[in-house]
Write a protein that binds this ligand. Structure first.
Ligand code: NAG
Ligand code: NAG
Length: 277
């Protein structure tokens, strides 16, 4: 593209406009990402350098990972709640008593999974603007896995393992008593409305020496794991017909026994004219 005289003029004019206000500033914040534990309250630091007042400026906090990115807006000395991402409703504030010294840090309460992302602090005066972006990582350790027995499946015993409340999404492994990975069905991952992950996975196990099986749910980024061990009695693996028949017979026997004793008791009671013999 050819640079015309008009372009030059525009650039010069813009430059003049910028410098005219003489309130040039830089927006600064932390260079390291912020690791937030789910449920905690956190501060996303952001401030002006030099530390001039931000009270007459527009302060925007945006989450760049959302399409409609508005997390918070302060403009004309007021908090503007229009167009706020619904996830942030009632959970964001500025330290308004700190604005006069250029502190535009954002307070975010009750951190949840959907809060992970890149946050831009954008500050605009009438003649100048600058921004700073900080990354927030959310860490949540989920529940101890719940293992349930699903019964006989394809020549083995079907087990199901479930765990919820994780962030980021964890992996799940099934292990036998020697720590050998068992091949399982595909992992099912769901995300709840607060952005936490729930995982579940089915496995079919065969009888072993010990019949101990472990479901481990782990998240390597946050270096956390939770596991549950289950022991299956070997009778569970072997429901041969005679064994079933034996159980049924035992039950029947017990019922008949109770019935008989009741009958005898009644007869004796009647004979004895109300006196128990
Ligand atoms: C602004 O910064 C200067 C030094 O950079 C410091 O002396 C002064 O106390 C600060 N003012 C406020 C209001 O924080
Ligand atoms: C801004 O104010 C908050 C709340 O008082 C404080 O925790 C934070 O350190 C302040 N940041 C700066 C840069 O002064």
């Amino acid at each position: 593209m050819k640079v015309t005289q008009l372009d030059c003029l525009c650039v010069i004019l813009l430059h003049l406009l910028h410098t005219a206000g003489s309130e040039r500033f830089e927006v600064l914040g932390p260079t390291d990402s912020i690791v937030a534990v789910a449920g905690d309250d956190i501060i996303l630091p952001c401030y002006l350098k030099p530390n001039i007042s931000a009270e007459d400026m527009t302060v925007d906090w945006l989450n760049l990972d959302f399409l409609d990115e508005r997390v918070f807006r302060y403009q004309n000395h007021r908090i503007i709640r229009d167009d706020q991402i619904p996830y942030y409703r009632g959970r964001t504030s500025l330290f308004e008593e700190e604005l006069w010294r250029g502190n535009t840090s954002l307070k975010l309460t009750r951190v949840q999974g959907t809060d992970e992302g890149h946050y831009k602090c954008l500050i605009q005066s009438k003649s100048w603007y600058d921004d700073f972006t900080v990354q927030v990582l959310v860490k949540a350790v989920g529940s101890k896995p719940v293992v349930s027995i699903e019964g006989h499946r394809e020549g083995g015993m079907g087990l199901l393992c479930e765990s919820e409340g994780w962030h980021p999404d964890p992996e799940l492994v099934w292990l036998d008593s020697k720590g050998v990975h068992l091949s399982a069905r595909t992992l099912e991952t769901h995300r709840d409305f607060k952005g936490f992950y729930r995982v579940k996975q089915h496995v079919i196990v065969q009888e072993t020496d010990t019949n101990h099986f472990t479901c481990r749910v782990q998240q390597k980024r946050i270096n956390e794991k939770m596991e549950t061990e289950i022991h299956l009695p070997s009778e569970l693996f072997d429901p041969t017909p005679w064994r079933m028949a034996f159980i049924v017979l035992c039950c029947l026997g017990a019922i008949i026994g109770i019935g008989l004793s009741l009958a005898i008791y009644c007869i004796c009671y009647k004979k004895g004219n109300g006196e128990i013999i």
